[in-house]
Design a protein around this ligand. Sequence first.
Ligand code: IPE
Ligand code: IPE
Ligand code: MG
Length: 239
Amino acid sequence: MKQSGIGTPPGLHVGMIMDGNGRWAVARGRARVAGHRVGAKVVRSIVEAAPDLGIDVLTLYAFSADNWKRPSREVAALMRLFRAYLAAETARCVQNGVRVSIIGRRDRLPPVLLRAIDAAEAATADCGRLLLRIAIDYSAREAIIGAAMLGCRCGTREEFSALIAQATHSLPTREVDLLIRTGGEQRLSDFLLWECAYAELMFETCLWPDFDVDRLGQALWEFRQRDRRFGGLPQAAAG
Ligand code: IPE
Ligand code: IPE
Ligand code: MG
């Protein structure tokens, strides 16, 4: 992807498991889908703020392959919401230099959503300020299995690594630097298992509709205090 200038270090790849919409709504006596709607507004504000916070790849978990187990009414409402989000946000994304890429399976999505995905990806293809990857019908294990099946034809480990990205319809991208999960659960729920090998993990107790740009800024501050060693020695001892 395009960099902001010669000598500028690449930004961060942040992944987010946006969990807690249903509980947020139920706590207010509302239908779960009301939480998903408020959650979509939070997504908009996070996407707008991300580039100025030093993020240049943002991968958001919107719908897992296991979320098909939910009641069909909730699933249908989520599919409508994804379509509406893409239709409403594409022009803004172009304006703000946000390239949209949807990762995950496409063969089970409604045709009307597929058309919105194609339109959003085509319209934003030349944008280079932020790569926004939205995971819909996504399973990290399926992605790895898909790549492994193709990988039988690979001569090298590097070729196999590149296939992991292709297997999820996604553009090749970097490993995740920081993974944030809202909603209080401390698990990955089949999200970016390969790309998170050395990600810093942060689990927020707040529910996704209560998450905001200030909390993201706080998480990034905490991330920058951590010593990432990648199997080496701490900075001070490396001498
Ligand atoms: C995350 O919120 C959004 C999706 C999985 C689509 P949930 O809907 O899982 O909310 P909780 O975890 O039930 O509160
Ligand atoms: C993970 O949340 C998926 C998304 C946020 C899209 P879930 O609510 O589906 O995860 P579990 O069931 O608590 O592990
Ligand atoms: Mg949940």
